[in-house]
Design a protein around this ligand. Structure first.
Ligand code: PGA
Length: 253
């Protein structure tokens, strides 16, 4: 197995309260012990907005970074009841932000809205975890590659600071369903995403590309044969420190 940097990113979704600080503390302690094994990992937990300030001020972890899960596209303050923008998240302590998640796409986020969100988050120098992925219907009719190509092309611009973007490939049919893609198919998709990115945005290197969708401590090992996978975006299983830690441990077993 390579010694390349791997991301393990938790997407807590609508989970957690101040007592969840203990989860971060446990992951932090584990990372301290695990560090000695010489693997390069980046651990990020994307938590609800209500917890970002609390976590970032309570725990100054050099191992665990804190991120947000979405924002309003408007750059400045405004009359948007219930919304939070990238500037507010940055000031609250977030360093990363998930954008384009399918659960937000299904609530109305179009490729164009996601583009505006990416722009406003980049203005705040947040690191973007940009989610792409096809529905089951699109997969069945052979549209996976064209869908993810369109998602990338219409939400990313060549003039962006592309070093701040991480891509998370999350087939929608896999999120929360317990189903994962066939490993050979997944490898082809990862190669496609990386080549397409380099070709379209004229970069020498591709950004990190992560896999997300029903990743857990039992199936994680299956992904380790795909060297093109730079890490994982983990939903349900990241809400338990034990499961999250076991995912990291089992990946390297
Ligand atoms: P899951 O979610 O791991 O629970 O499938 C992944 C995600 O939504 O990012």
């Amino acid at each position: 197995m390579t010694n390349k940097l791997k991301y393990f990113i938790g997407n807590w979704k609508m989970f957690g309260d101040p007592s969840s600080l203990k989860i971060i503390n446990q992951i932090h302690s584990f990372c301290g012990r695990f560090k000695s094994r010489g693997k390069k990992n980046k651990i990020i937990l994307c938590v609800p907005n209500t917890l970002i300030y609390f976590f970032t001020t309570k725990i100054k972890s050099k191992f665990v970074s804190i991120g947000a899960q979405n924002c309003h596209h408007q750059k400045n303050y405004g009359s948007f009841t219930g919304s939070v923008n990238a500037m507010m998240l940055k000031k609250t302590g977030a360093r990363y932000i998930i954008l384009g998640h399918s659960e937000n796409r299904s609530e109305g986020d179009t490729n164009q809205i996601i583009k505006k969100k990416i722009e406003s988050a980049l203005k705040q120098k947040l690191n973007i975890i940009f989610c792409i992925g096809e529905t089951f219907k699109e997969k069945k009719v052979g549209k996976t590659l064209s869908v993810i190509r369109r998602q990338m092309r219409s939400s990313i611009d060549k003039k962006y600071n592309l070093n701040k973007i991480i891509i998370a490939y999350e087939p929608i049919w896999s999120i929360g369903s317990g189903k994962i893609p066939k490993i050979q198919e997944l490898k082809k998709i990862f190669i496609f995403i990386k080549n397409e990115f380099k070709k379209n945005f004229k970069t020498k290197v591709s950004p990190a590309v992560l896999y997300g969708g029903s990743v857990n401590d039992n199936n994680i090992k299956k992904f380790s044969s795909i060297s093109e996978i730079d890490g994982f975006l983990i939903g349900g299983a990241s809400q338990s420190s034990k499961k999250f830690i076991d995912i990291i441990k089992n990946y390297y077993k």
